[in-house]
Design a binder for this molecule. Sequence first.
Ligand code: CDP
Length: 215
Amino acid sequence: MIIAVDGPVAAGKGTLARSLAAELNLAYLDTGSIYRAVGAKILDKGEDPGDPVAALAAAESLGPADLERRDLRREKVGLAASTVAVNTQVRAALLEFQRNFAQNPPDLPGGAAAGAVLDGRDIGTVVCPEAELKFFVTATPEARAERRHKELIERGDESIYARVLQDLQDRDARDSQRVTAPLKPADDAVYLDTSTLEAGKVLETALDIVRAKGL
Ligand code: CDP
């Protein structure tokens, strides 16, 4: 079973995908961390995330340790990620790893996984168009900015709400307007608006949909 979870910045994709994985015995892949890792590598070298040569070199040299970096959730890394994510060749270079994860999910600590859940922007449309279930998670920009602002403060990063809201809107615009694999719901996606729902309720709603589908 493959479940796709897509949506804009800080909509609650990761929280939902991680809990679905735990509930349903699925392997979980946060595909945003892959784009963030490419962005972080470029920033380390003082290179421009908009430089296609630097971006492709970083994508092609990505290793497992890059995905474990502790600074991936930083705002500046997210912005660099959305810049490299516009690049068609970068996206192509990262596609096979994501598809392979979905089709051959790694074992979980307790044994074999029953499938995979991936979250990102193009999982239902490009990476796994064959997914049995596709969620498109949304919330108002203000609710999302509030959440991200809190998350950054809790992690000890500096954060200014107005700046977070602006960055989030810039990143959504870039993600939605790019030519290759833009952020958009798959035709058969189920919408979940998390603006006023706490995480537990979102999970409950999603699990009801999983069961209603007989999965
Ligand atoms: O967690 P948040 O919503 O802030 O973002 P993320 O999922 O970590 O993704 C970071 C950036 O990577 C996004 O703004 C996208 O530009 C890019 N991305 C993408 O293009 N395709 C994906 N499947 C996942 C992320």
